[in-house]
Design a protein around this ligand. Structure first.
Ligand SMILES: Nc1ncnc2c1ncn2[C@@H]1O[C@H](COP(=O)(O)OP(=O)(O)O)[C@@H](O)[C@H]1O
Ligand SMILES: [Mg+2]
Length: 249
């Protein structure tokens, strides 16, 4: 079982979108995938066409075979769940007291013959990032090809090393460029700078900025299902092939 955390220093970069679509792409390759929403925004369900009024999820049910939803698109899913502010506060207190809460829950899924567990997280240094990195074998840091994302990398890099200290089964972080503009020089300049500084870590395929991504979300479907041939969908397929290849090595 491989546990992959989608993380970022900044919000709105595409973690939720990419986690959903990479889950779908892995399922299309006959991998058994569990997607877990570790973000109180509870937005992952929007990508999967799940009932918005569903209150069950991570907070109330925890992570176990019994809390898995059968989502469309052939993946198993645990939404964050809809919770009150008090429930959220209590939950975060529990997470702080037990840094392996998520890791232990994922261990409990071993009986389910799962190939991949994908973890969606909120941006920045949160208790959810800490939990995700205690459980993950690999972190995908989603970045935009802009100066602000570039500048946020050292901070996320130090959080990753801090939160994975002593984890012998953690294989490192990769930088995944999203919303790459098709035109203009700036995106390419930032991309080249990323390669220059982090050659080993940059995923060799960047995901294009593509209007179909937002359209797919409006229809509550992954873009891979909504428009399989569009630029972003093809890029996501390449990234998943790269991921599977890199796990073989
Ligand atoms: N490759 C892309 N092309 C165009 N829009 C994108 C792309 N990836 C994400 N978006 C849009 O960016 C916004 C933020 O994406 P989201 O996945 O919610 O980011 P995060 O989870 O990191 O906050 C959404 O409106 C989404 O539709
Ligand atoms: Mg998100």
């Amino acid at each position: 079982m491989q546990v992959i955390a989608f993380i970022s220093g900044k919000g709105g970069v595409g973690k939720t979108t990419l986690a959903a679509n990479m889950a779908v792409a892995l399922a299309q390759r006959k991998k058994r995938v569990v997607l877990i929403d570790l973000d109180p925004q509870n937005a992952q369900r929007l990508h999967l066409g799940m009932d918005p009024d569903e209150i069950a999820g991570l907070v109330r049910e925890g992570i176990s075979p019994a809390s898995l939803f059968d989502s469309p698109f052939d993946i198993k899913f645990i939404p964050f769940g809809r919770v009150s502010p008090v429930e959220l506060l209590n939950f975060e207190t529990e997470l702080k007291a037990n840094p392996r809460w998520v890791a232990n829950g994922i261990d409990a899924l071993r009986s389910e013959a799962v190939d991949f567990v994908l973890l969606d997280t909120p941006p920045g240094p949160t208790v959810y990032l800490h939990q995700a990195l205690r459980a993950a074998h690999r972190a995908l840091v989603v970045v935009l090809a802009d100066a602000a994302s570039y500048a946020s990398i050292p901070q996320i890099e130090s959080l990753v090393s801090q939160y994975t200290v002593g984890r012998t089964d953690f294989r490192g972080m990769n930088l995944l460029i999203n919303q790459m503009p098709s035109q203009g020089k700036l995106g390419h300049q930032v991309r080249m700078a990323l390669y220059a500084d982090h050659a080993e870590q940059v995923v060799p395929v960047a995901i294009h900025k593509d209007p179909r991504v937002a359209q797919a979300l409006a229809f509550e479907r992954p873009v891979l299902e909504y428009e399989p041939g569009c630029k972003a969908s093809l890029d996501i397929q390449y990234v998943v092939d790269w991921l599977l290849d890199s796990l073989q090595q």
